[in-house]
Design a protein around this ligand. Structure first.
Ligand code: ADP
Ligand code: MG
Length: 274
């Protein structure tokens, strides 16, 4: 069959945290780029109506005629929505502001939580589509139906946590939502890892937050910590991931380390499963 000739199904990771400004989008862009740089074929699915992941990967608004809104309403397939980015091996399904109205439009549909899962299954079965090995889903800053669609479609969640005083606030709510999705919609769902972002080594608070999160979440926390780095925050205004903007900076190097850690965890999980 077509499916068996296409090899391994992609790993699907959702970047979720209902807090805004913690590094979800930055991580989608730069972890995606780093994975592509080490040979994976990556699809970033932009599920935030703000569309910052699309912009940061160089997809300007004029090129968003088919968006994730059309995919989730069932008007288009993911194959139709995906576009090449400026990064070799990295594709983007862009978003538009229409997505902010989606929830009301599909609230009463029986399959409302499974729209993305169904679209990803169709993509994997499409022989004309690129052979994606990693899907990264950039979620909006809420635990809305959009985020639930991401969690219902994903194998695992990656949680960016900003190294700030209130980092852990809201984490238990997020973990509770993951548990509810696992029970009701997606029994396979796991927490892939927690990535500490915007770490500032001149700030004792950053170290304290890091210690607190590690003692609360143990080895779910990736070894790699993403430093606060001005190059990371400048890159999106050039429509580029930081790895293409300044490969040598501390932010780029950290995202490369995170990508190899993500792949290592995947290999370890597969070895246990085999
Ligand atoms: P979210 O998607 O969770 O809302 P973003 O990824 O958009 O968060 O990040 C919020 C802001 O912080 C953005 O302006 C981004 O450029 C900046 N930022 C994210 N990570 C870093 C970093 N490591 N160093 C400096 N600025 C960062
Ligand atoms: Mg975002």
């Amino acid at each position: 069959s077509a499916a068996s000739s296409q090899g391994v199904a992609p790993r699907i990771l959702a970047l979720a945290n209902q807090k805004g400004g913690v590094g979800k989008t930055t991580t989608a862009i730069n972890l995606g780029t780093a994975l592509a740089a080490i040979g994976e074929t990556v699809l970033v699915i932009d599920l935030d109506p703000q569309g910052n992941a699309s912009t940061g990967l160089g997809i300007d608004r004029a090129r968003r005629a088919v968006s994730t809104y059309d995919v989730l309403t069932g008007e288009a397939s993911l194959s139709e929505a995906i576009q090449e980015s400026g990064v070799p091996g990295l594709y983007v399904a862009p978003s538009t502001l229409d997505l902010s109205g989606l929830e009301l439009e599909i609230a009463h549909e029986r399959d409302r939580a499974f729209r993305l899962r169904t679209a990803l299954a169709a993509l994997a079965a499409d022989p004309a589509a690129p052979r994606i090995t990693y899907v990264l889903i950039d979620c909006p800053p809420s635990l809305s139906l959009i985020t639930v669609n991401a969690m219902a479609a994903a194998h695992a969640i990656v949680v960016p946590l900003q190294c700030e005083f209130f980092a852990l606030e809201g984490l238990s709510q997020l973990l509770k939502t993951v548990e509810q999705v696992r029970t009701a919609l997606n029994p396979e769902l796991t927490i892939h890892g927690i990535v500490l972002t915007m770490y500032d080594n001149r700030n004792n608070l950053s170290d304290q937050v890091m210690a607190d999160v590690r003692s609360f979440m143990g080895d779910k926390v990736y070894q790699t910590v993403i430093p606060r780095n001005v190059r990371v925050s400048e890159a999106p205004s050039y429509g580029k991931p930081v790895l293409l903007y300044d490969l040598k900076c501390a932010g780029s190097q950290a995202y490369l380390r995170l990508a190899s850690e993500v792949i290592q965890r995947e290999r370890a999980a597969r070895a246990v499963a085999a």
